[in-house]
Design a protein around this ligand. Structure first.
Ligand code: PLP
Length: 287
């Protein structure tokens, strides 16, 4: 496609972030969460649909993975058209789709890649199986700039989904998160940001690791609700801050601060979880 359009020189495009994610009709998680977050930060989101989900704010009832060729074609079209400053990957939906995405992003090794390893919904509905986890590890971890698991995901991924029985029972002793981070980095991720909302403690402790160990650790006041799309918000904010030119350490700090504000301003539009308010600054109550 080509078109000749004259635009005023002052209309410089904002940093562009390409998102691969599943849709969420509630607007709470998934692609819709990513778009709202990136728009709120002043980025332009490109959105590649990897799966369509049927869900409400209580839980996910079903999902339909997109054909891998459709995922690759959606991505290649926009990557060839626009300069992408960061890539964020959320729910993928099938092993074949992991392979298709891995092949596309391997052609763009200089673009920072944030991988949110979405394994289940907030209620615990599975959004990935062991085979998909193995594909993530083999095909995407080596291309990942920052992996953003919560502590449950970190432990599951670090215990090696390809192993069965024996390893699983060993992992029930809950390995230290620092050991999990080391394992995930050994599997190819450059940085790992492990969030601690599912751990015990008065505060939520999130830690960023790289090959040398802890880069920084941040403590956050634990907020009382159960939130739908908090992980999506954090990962896409991180991609957004990278696209805005920050380094990983600073982007991880800023993304946490932003996400904490969205949770503090969260609302409950339905009968289930709270939804983070990614536009809290539009709705007043400036902080
Ligand atoms: N992506 C999609 C499409 C989802 O439906 C969900 C959870 O239901 C997620 C991602 C992960 O959401 P969260 O950020 O709450 O972990």
């Amino acid at each position: 496609m080509s078109a000749t359009v004259s635009t005023p020189a002052s209309n410089i495009p904002p940093p562009i972030v390409l998102v691969f994610a599943g849709t969420d009709p509630t607007g709470g998680a998934g692609l819709q969460a990513d778009i709202l977050t990136l728009a709120s930060l002043g980025c332009h989101p490109l959105s590649v649909v990897t799966a369509v989900t049927v869900q409400d704010t209580v839980g996910v009832d079903d999902f339909l993975p997109m054909e891998p060729e459709w995922i690759a074609d959606q991505a290649r079209g926009v990557l060839e058209d626009m300069p992408v400053a960061a890539i964020k990957i959320g729910m993928i939906g099938s092993v074949e789709a992991v392979a298709a995405i891995a092949e596309v992003v391997s052609d763009y090794p200089d673009i920072p890649l944030v991988l949110d390893p979405v394994l289940s919904s907030g209620r615990g509905d599975p959004l990935a199986n062991e085979e998909l986890m193995s594909a993530l590890i083999d095909l995407l971890f080596p291309q990942t700039t920052v992996l953003t698991p919560n502590s449950i995901e970190a432990r599951r991924l670090a215990e090696d989904p390809a192993d069965d029985g024996e390893e699983a029972s060993e992992a029930e002793t809950a390995p230290e998160l620092a050991d999990c981070a080391r394992e995930l980095i050994d599997l190819g991720c450059e940085f790992v940001l492990i969030t601690g909302a599912h751990e015990q403690g008065a505060q939520v402790v999130n830690t960023l690791y790289n090959t040398r160990g802890v880069v920084h650790r941040q403590n956050w006041e634990r907020l009382p609700g159960s939130y739908h799309g908090s992980g999506c918000t954090l990962a896409s904010a991180l991609a957004g801050f990278l696209a805005l030119g920050q380094d990983v350490a600073e982007a991880a700090r800023e993304a946490q601060a932003y996400t904490w504000q969205t949770l503090k301003h969260a609302y409950r539009p339905g009968m289930g979880q709270f939804i983070p308010d990614r536009m809290y600054w539009v709705h007043g109550d400036d902080e």
